[in-house]
Design a protein around this ligand. Structure first.
Ligand code: BTN
Length: 265
């Protein structure tokens, strides 16, 4: 990986949050490409102010520092690039694990299995005011459920019916090597992040996102800070935003929590 921008991989046995760490590094001028990986996070961050929990040593908890030079309305593609890289990496795991074709993306950027159980979450955090080190930083963190939950784990009640893991989905149910998943994500990230740099590459990211997106065709409820609405998700814009048909009128969702009320058929 010597020609990759993701060669500076910083490892932590325990840290509060790899996203927090890289945002602070970015504010101090760290360059694009720094990666932080933790065995355990004591204050892992999830989307919409939630926490992100995983027992020590079980899952892949990582963040990457990017400095994309993108118009504001295309920033969603940064998280898409990371989500797609993770899908590609899972798709390329050894054939005997039988994980090919498993992973889809629930908009905006949850990785889910065929039945909608969550395999991974992606959280992008930007500091548009940071001036050191080049274009403003976007830190994208991903937590991939690699070995937790496993066959005998008691999950917290809020996860019991919604989460799954590579281990649970893999043929044989044995441990999946986190290092192998990390190496795959970094390899695929190089390609996906390179695509962000030009309009054709960004078009490709948006169309790959649409192709993987299990939300398109589903009846959804969109929860926004000022209320909710329901409709049929019909597609994505070229920037990767979700288009929802509400009583015959298209509504574009840039950010929000999406619940699949009825999956697509
Ligand atoms: C979600 O809510 O679905 C997003 C979860 C993102 C979790 C990852 S784990 C590594 C990185 N560091 C954090 O504090 N959060 C992200």
């Amino acid at each position: 990986m010597s020609d990759s921008r993701f060669n500076d991989v910083r490892r932590f046995s325990s840290i509060d949050s790899t996203n927090r760490y890289l945002l602070d590094e970015a504010r101090a001028g760290a360059p694009e490409g720094v990666v932080a990986v933790a065995d355990h996070q004591t204050a892992g961050r999830g989307r919409l102010g939630r926490s992100w929990e995983a027992p020590p040593g079980a899952n892949l908890l990582m963040s990457v520092l990017l400095r994309p030079d993108l118009p504001a309305n295309e920033r969603h593609l940064v998280t898409a690039a990371v989500a797609l890289a993770a899908c590609d990496a899972i798709e390329s795991l050894p054939r005997e694990l039988a994980l090919a074709g498993l992973v889809k993306i629930k908009w905006p950027n949850d990785l889910v299995d065929r039945t909608g159980h969550k395999l991974a979450g992606v959280l992008a955090e930007a500091d548009l005011t940071a001036t050191a080190g080049g274009p403003p930083p976007v830190v994208v963190g991903i937590g991939i459920n690699v070995n937790w939950p496993g066959p005998n784990d008691d999950l917290p009640p809020e996860l019991a019916s919604t989460a799954t893991s590579l281990r649970l989905q893999a043929a044989g149910g044995g441990e999946v090597d986190r290092e192998m998943v990390l190496a795959g994500v970094l390899t695929e990230l190089e390609l996906r992040v390179a695509a962000l740099a030009n309009p054709t590459g960004r078009q490709g990211l948006a169309s790959d996102l649409a192709a993987q997106c299990t939300t398109i065709g589903a009846s959804v409820r969109v929860d926004l800070p000022d209320g909710s609405f329901e409709g049929l998700a019909t597609g994505l814009t070229p920037e990767g935003h979700l288009v929802v048909d509400v009583d015959g009128a298209p509504r574009t969702v840039v950010a929000g929590d999406v619940v699949h009320v009825r999956p697509r058929v």
